[in-house]
Design a protein around this ligand. Structure first.
Ligand code: NAI
Length: 331
C-alpha cells in the first residue's frame, strides 16, 4: 500500500518509515496538500498530512476521485480538515489524539521565560560583544498570576509547571475539571475575571468556530495592562491586527507565539533569501517584546516518536484491513 506523505520534513523521513513497516510504501512529498496538489497522491491509498495542509471540500473531492480512503493527520489539531465533507464523501480521517503534551507545554514555558527575561535580546547582544544590560529588566514570575485558558492535556501541564514557579494559577475551561483543580491548588474563573487579574495568559484551546479570535480588541481591553500573552495553540485564536494595535499602544507587556494565523506557506520554510510578503508578520517581528517561533512546540524526540508510532499503527491497520487505533478516528 502506498501512502503520499505531504509537507514531509527531514524528521518525518527519519521517524515514519520505522513506524510503518514494510507493507506501507511512503511517498514523501516536500509540498503541502491542497486541491491543486492532490494529484500527487495518484496511486496511493492514503495521504498523511500535517497542520498546514489544506484539506477542504475541493481537496477531498480530488482525493476521493483518486481512490484515497484515508487522511492520516500526523498531529492532534484538525482545524485544517473539512470533517463534514470528509464524512459525506466517505473519507476516513484520523489524527494523533495525544502525544507528549510535555513537549508543547514546556515550549510554552520556554517562550514565557525567554520573553520575560529578554533572553532573545540578550543572546543577540552578547554575540555582538554588547554586554550592556540596558533594557533587559524582567519581572519575577513568583507570586504573579497566570491565567490558563483551556485545561486539557497541555494546559494542565503548563499550569503545574508554573505553579511550581510559585505563580498563582487561575484557569478557564467550559468543561472544567474541578477534582484536578482542587488537587493542584488551581482556581477556575470566568474568562472576564481571568483576563482582568492575570499577569500572564496562556492559550491551550483548539481552534474551532467558537474559539476563532478569542483574543481580539474587546478581550484585550479587559486584560490587565502589561499582560504577557502566550499562544502555542493555533494562530487563529488571535486577531493579529488587534494584537499589533495593542502592542503599538503599549497595552500588552509581551507576546510569545509559536503559531500565527497566516502561517501556511511561511512557517516551516526557509524564506531567508525572499522578501516577506506578509505585512502583519513583518510588523510583529519588529517589536522587541514579541518572541516568535515557527510552530516548533511539538518538536521533541519523544513527541516525534509518539506521532510516528500512532500514524504508523493506523497506516498498517489500513494496509491489513484492521481497525484503527482507538480514539484516533475523526470520521
Ligand atoms: P485538549 O483537547 O486536551 O484540551 C483542550 C481544552 O480546551 C479542553 O479542555 C477543552 O474543554 C478546552 N476548550 C475548548 N474550548 C474552549 C474555550 N472556548 N475556552 C477555554 N477552553 C476551551 O487539547 P491539548 O492536547 O491540550 O491541545 C490544545 C491545543 O494545542 C490543540 O488543539 C492544538 O491546537 C495545540 N497544539 C499545538 C502544538 C504546537 O506544536 N504548537 C502541538 C500540539 C497541540
Amino acid at each position: 500500500m502506498t501512502v503520499a506523505v505531504f509537507d514531509a520534513k527531514p524528521y518525518d523521513r527519519l521517524h515514519l518509515p520505522a513506524a510503518t513497516g514494510a507493507d506501507v510504501q511512503l511517498r514523501f512529498l516536500a509540498f503541502r496538500l491542497t486541491a491543486d496538489t492532490a494529484a500527487a497522491a495518484e496511486g496511493a491509498k492514503a495521504v498523511c498530512v500535517f497542520v498546514n495542509d489544506v484539506v477542504d471540500r475541493a481537496c477531498i473531492q480530488q482525493l476521493v476521485a483518486r481512490g484515497i480512503t484515508l487522511v492520516a493527520l500526523r498531529c492532534t489539531g484538525f482545524n485544517n480538515i473539512d470533517l463534514d465533507s470528509a464524512r459525506e464523501l466517505g473519507l476516513t480521517v484520523n489524527h494523533v489524539p495525544a502525544y507528549s503534551p510535555y513537549a508543547v507545554a514546556e515550549h510554552a514555558v520556554a517562550l514565557l521565560l525567554s520573553l520575560n527575561r529578554k533572553v532573545h535580546r540578550a543572546y543577540n547582544r552578547v554575540r555582538e560583544m554588547n554586554f550592556s544590560l540596558q533594557g533587559l529588566v524582567g519581572s519575577d514570575l513568583h507570586r504573579k498570576t497566570v491565567g490558563i485558558v483551556g485545561t486539557g492535556k497541555i494546559g494542565k501541564i503548563v499550569a503545574r509547571i508554573l505553579h511550581g514557579f510559585g505563580m498563582v494559577v487561575v484557569a478557564y475551561d467550559p468543561y472544567p475539571d474541578p477534582a484536578w483543580a482542587a488537587r493542584e491548588g488551581i482556581t477556575y474563573l470566568d474568562p472576564i475575571t481571568l483576563a482582568s487579574m492575570s499577569d500572564v495568559i496562556s492559550l491551550h484551546v483548539p481552534l474551532t468556530p467558537e474559539t476563532h479570535h478569542i483574543i481580539r480588541r474587546e478581550t484585550i481591553e479587559r486584560m490587565k495592562p502589561g499582560v504577557i500573552l502566550v499562544n502555542v495553540s493555533r494562530g487563529g485564536l488571535i486577531d493579529t491586527s488587534a494584537l499589533i494595535e495593542a502592542l503599538k499602544s503599549g497595552r500588552l507587556g509581551g507576546v510569545a507565539l509559536d503559531v500565527y494565523e497566516e502561517e501556511e506557506g511561511v512557517f516551516f520554510e526557509d524564506l531567508s533569501s525572499h522578501v516577506l510578503q506578509d505585512d502583519l508578520l513583518a510588523r510583529l517581528l519588529t517589536f522587541p517584546n514579541v518572541l516568535i517561533t515557527a510552530h516548533q512546540a511539538f518538536l521533541t524526540h519523544e513527541a516525534l516518536g509518539d506521532i510516528a508510532h500512532v500514524t504508523g499503527v493506523n497506516l498498517r491497520a489500513l494496509a491489513a484491513a484492521h481497525p484503527f487505533l482507538k480514539g484516533s478516528v475523526l470520521t
